[in-house]
Design a protein around this ligand. Sequence first.
Ligand code: SAM
Ligand code: SF4
Ligand code: SF4
Length: 355
Amino acid sequence: MSTDGKTRRTGLPSNGAKPGGPATDAFQRPLRDLRISVTDRCNFRCTYCMPKEVFGRDYEFLARDEILSFEEIARLARIFVALGVEKVRLTGGEPTVRRDLPKLIEMLAGIEGLKDLTLTTNGSRLKQMARPLRDAGLKRVTVSLDSLDDAVFRRMNDADFPVSRVLQGIEAARAAGFAPIKINTVVKRGVNDHTIAGVARHFRGTGYIVRFIEFMDVGNSNGWRLDDVVPAAEIVAMISREFPLEPAAPQYRGEVARRWRYKDGAGEIGVIASVSQPFCGDCTRARLSADGRLYTCLFGVVGHDLRKLLRDGRTDAQIEAFLRRVWSVRKDRYSELRSSRTPGLPRVEMSYIGG
Ligand code: SAM
Ligand code: SF4
Ligand code: SF4
């Protein structure tokens, strides 16, 4: 057996996956979801993601020619779909700051076999862009909004961006026909935890689904400490005190958010407990950075350079074989192994790899 997980004689991945079929990793996890970061830039400076002290005026973002073109992204997406990917999520950085984004959506929406095409955004540009994105074929949208308290929200986005404009963006998305719209709320102790019941209150009964996210130790710049994490159980208890909740069954295997239903029938929330209740066992996600590096885990350190393969003139079949091999030896389960030693380890930033 060679060290790259293939048997020398057969060339098959050591997990027994057959060439041509869906790709599975060393723990038999299929490759189902692809998150594509379309830019490493953002118009916000959320303190937990792109703190100004690190992402200041002098920060060197990727140059234009380093970033994958729309044609390159679409080509890779097509190959990923051939390997079993059913869902593509565009992210960043802030994906809506990438010029002509609807054009990319249109290209991706045309890929046969792709079942779901979605986007995560800070909502700042949705008021103008919701309609063109929808018309281009985007199926769903998730909007990040950490608080409805304007002062708290402005402090967290650190770009003095008001809540009202994100709410206008969400409304524009609804009017454009996106449904259900999900809202992502990262919870950080002592920063916005006192306002999360307010977020629940605002969106319950509206059909929007809020997902509360434990503050994660992604990247090396956000000063993560375990003490800043409000565990999922505490988040649920805080909301349940005001609006009683009961657990709801997962909708599909690998669902990242645990679902909770309001007992009075006013809808549901989700809680993403990547720190207190890791879900690596069902992790079917690959991530593509804006400059074309493939990461098989959010906490990856080294990305596989797909841009080089594209620009060196490799064929689709060669790239597919490469991806299959990378996935077949994947053993990532960082969150399950997280320990007191892990926060200091080197890893890529979330704004680069895509949330
Ligand atoms: N700019 C877009 C946005 O904010 O929605 C897309 C990219 S952002 C990196 C994707 C998601 O990651 C957002 O919902 C954001 O709140 C979340 N996120 C960023 N840093 C995080 C952290 N340290 N812990 C948990 N979630 C984080
Ligand atoms: Fe930008 Fe999104 Fe990161 Fe906030 S979470 S800094 S909006 S990429
Ligand atoms: Fe997936 Fe890595 Fe997150 Fe585990 S830590 S759920 S393997 S991305």
